[in-house]
Design a protein around this ligand. Structure first.
Ligand code: KE4
Length: 433
C-alpha cells in the first residue's frame, strides 16, 4: 500500500524519487533527529503549516532570515512592487546602492560591501579576497564552524598543528584543503602555536563569532582578543562569518557586541547572509576599501554572479533591515528570546533534567548537558538521544525547533507571549519524567 501522497510521508517518498535524499539541503531531511521531514505548505507570522494542515510555532525561521516572522506586510509590499518592476536585469540598480548604504550604516567596520546570492558564495569570495589581498595561501578555521560548502572550507582537523586539514566531503581533493588549518574553537594555546609556526603564511582566520553551527557557542573575549592581536601582528585578515549572527544577535551584528567588550575591536572582513535577504537569496561580504578594491573589476581578485544584487532580493532585504532598525526592535526580540529560554530551562529543572542554554538577541540554543559546551567535542558529547526525543515531542506538540543538536534556533518579532507560554508548557509536558 503506497503512502498517501498528500501526507508528509507521501511527499517525502515522492521527493526522494527525483531529488537526492528528497531535499535540496541535507539538514532538512531530519537525518540527525530521525523521522519524517515536514513539507511546509505555507507560513504566516510565527507559524508554519505543513502539507497535512498541521500548524507549528516556528523557531527555525528559514535558519535565521525570518527575523520579522513570515509574510510581514512591509516586506510583502516591497517584494510585490519589485516583482512588478522586473525580476532581474543583469545591470546595476539604485536599490543595490541603497542596501549597501543601509548595511554600511549599521556596521562601522565596513567601508565597502559586495552582494552575492548565498552565504556559501559570500564566505568563499571573502576567502579568495583574503588570499588575493595578502598574497598568502594558508587559512585557519575552527572545528564546528560552518562557512558554507566551498571546497576549501569543507575540512576537518588534521592530526595536529603542523598538519593541515583533511576533506570532510568526498569530491574535495586533498590538495584543495592542504592550506586549511582547523583548530579548536576557543583554544588560545592552539592559535598562538599556529601563528608561531605559520604566521607569515596565514591569509586569514575565519570564524563564527557565536557559533550557531554548534547550536550556540560563544567565542570567548580572550579568544577573540588573541585572534585580533595575532592577525594584526602577522598581517593576516580576521574574517567574521556573521551569516547567522548578522543583524540577528544585535542590530550591529555580533561584532558590535565584541566591540563593546574589546576596545576598538573590528574584524577585517565580514560575511553576511540570511537576515539581509529577509528570506530571499541574498548574502554579502565586506570590509575596508583597501581590501575590497582588490576585487574585479578594480583589482586582481575575480568574483561575479548573474543574480548578485537581484532587484527582488534587495527589495526584500532592504524592507527587512528598515523594519529591524526601528527603535527597540532588538531589545524586544532579545527579551522574548530570554523569556523562552528561561522557561525551557525552568521546565528542565522542574523535571530534574540537565539542560544548559544561552541566547543573544533573537538567536538561542540549548543542550542536554550540565554546562554550556565551549567547543565542538563538548557539543557532540551532549545528550543526543535526549535532544532528539525532546525535538520530536515538541514537534508533535506543534513546536518546530532546529532538527539537530548542533543547530541554533531563532525567535521572530511575530512570536507572541502566548506562543512562548505555549512552547514552555509543551516543554514541561515533553520533559516530564
Ligand atoms: P548558505 O550557503 O546556506 O546561504 O550559507 C552558508 C553559511 C555560511 N556561514 C554560516 C555561519 C552559516 O550558518 C551558513 C548556513 N547555515 C545553515 C544552517 N546551519 C543553513 C541551513 C542549510 O544548510 O540548509
Amino acid at each position: 500500500m503506497s503512502t498517501d501522497p498528500k501526507t508528509n510521508a507521501g511527499l517525502f517518498e515522492r521527493a526522494q524519487r527525483t531529488i537526492p535524499g528528497g531535499v535540496n539541503s541535507p539538514v532538512r531531511a531530519f537525518r540527525a533527529v530521525g523521522g519524517t521531514p515536514r513539507f511546509i505548505a505555507s507560513a504566516r507570522g510565527a507559524y508554519m503549516v505543513d502539507a497535512e494542515g498541521r500548524r507549528y510555532i516556528d523557531y527555525i525561521g528559514s535558519w535565521g532570515p525570518m527575523i520579522l516572522g513570515h509574510g510581514h506586510p512591509a516586506v510583502l509590499e516591497a517584494v510585490q512592487k519589485a516583482v512588478a518592476e522586473g525580476l532581474s536585469f543583469g545591470a546595476p540598480t539604485e536599490r543595490e546602492i541603497e542596501l549597501a548604504e543601509e548595511i554600511l550604516s549599521l556596521v562601522p567596520s565596513l567601508e565597502q560591501i559586495r552582494l552575492v546570492s548565498s552565504g556559501t558564495e559570500a564566505a568563499m569570495s571573502a576567502l579568495r579576497l583574503a588570499r588575493g589581498a595578502t598574497g598568502r595561501s594558508k587559512i585557519v578555521k575552527f572545528e564546528g564552524c560552518y562557512h558554507g560548502h566551498a571546497d576549501a572550507l569543507l575540512v576537518k582537523a588534521g592530526s595536529g598543528l603542523a598538519t593541515f586539514g583533511h576533506p570532510t566531503s568526498a569530491g574535495v581533493p586533498a590538495e584543495v584543503v592542504q592550506h586549511t588549518l582547523v583548530l579548536e574553537y576557543n583554544n588560545l594555546a592552539q592559535i598562538e602555536e599556529a601563528f608561531a609556526l605559520h604566521g607569515r603564511e596565514i591569509a586569514c582566520v575565519m570564524l563564527e563569532p557565536i557559533a550557531g553551527n554548534m547550536n550556540f557557542v560563544r567565542a570567548s573575549v580572550p579568544f577573540v582578543t588573541k585572534l585580533r592581536e595575532l592577525c594584526s601582528r602577522h598581517g593576516a585578515l580576521l574574517v567574521f562569518d556573521e551569516v547567522m549572527t548578522g543583524f540577528r544577535v544585535a542590530l550591529g551584528s555580533a561584532q558590535s557586541i565584541y566591540a563593546k567588550l574589546i576596545p576598538g575591536f573590528e574584524p577585517d572582513l565580514s560575511v553576511f547572509g540570511k537576515v539581509i535577504g529577509g528570506g530571499m537569496p541574498l548574502a554579502a561580504f565586506g570590509g575596508k576599501r583597501a581590501v575590497m578594491e582588490q576585487l574585479a573589476p578594480l583589482g586582481p581578485v575575480y568574483q561575479a554572479g548573474t543574480l548578485s544584487g537581484n532587484p527582488v532580493a534587495t527589495a526584500c532585504g532592504l524592507a527587512t533591515l528598515r523594519e529591524i532598525r526601528q527603535p527597540g526592535f532588538h531589545e524586544a526580540l532579545a527579551a522574548k528570546t530570554k523569556t523562552l529560554l528561561d522557561g525551557l530551562l525552568g521546565a528542565a529543572r522542574e523535571a530534574g533534567v540537565a539542560m544548559a542554554g544561552d541566547s543573544e538577541g533573537g538567536m538561542f540554543g540549548f543542550f542536554f548537558a550540565d554546562a554550556l559546551p565551549q567547543n565542538y567535542p563538548a557539543v557532540m558529547a551532549t545528550d543526543k538521544a535526549r535532544f532528539n526525543a525532546f525535538f520530536h515531542a515538541m514537534l508533535e506538540a506543534g513546536v518546530y525547533f532546529a532538527p539537530a543538536l548542533y543547530e541554533a534556533s531563532f525567535m521572530s518579532a511575530a512570536h507572541s507571549e502566548a506562543d512562548i507560554a505555549a512552547t514552555i508548557e509543551a516543554a514541561r509536558r515533553a520533559l516530564k519524567p
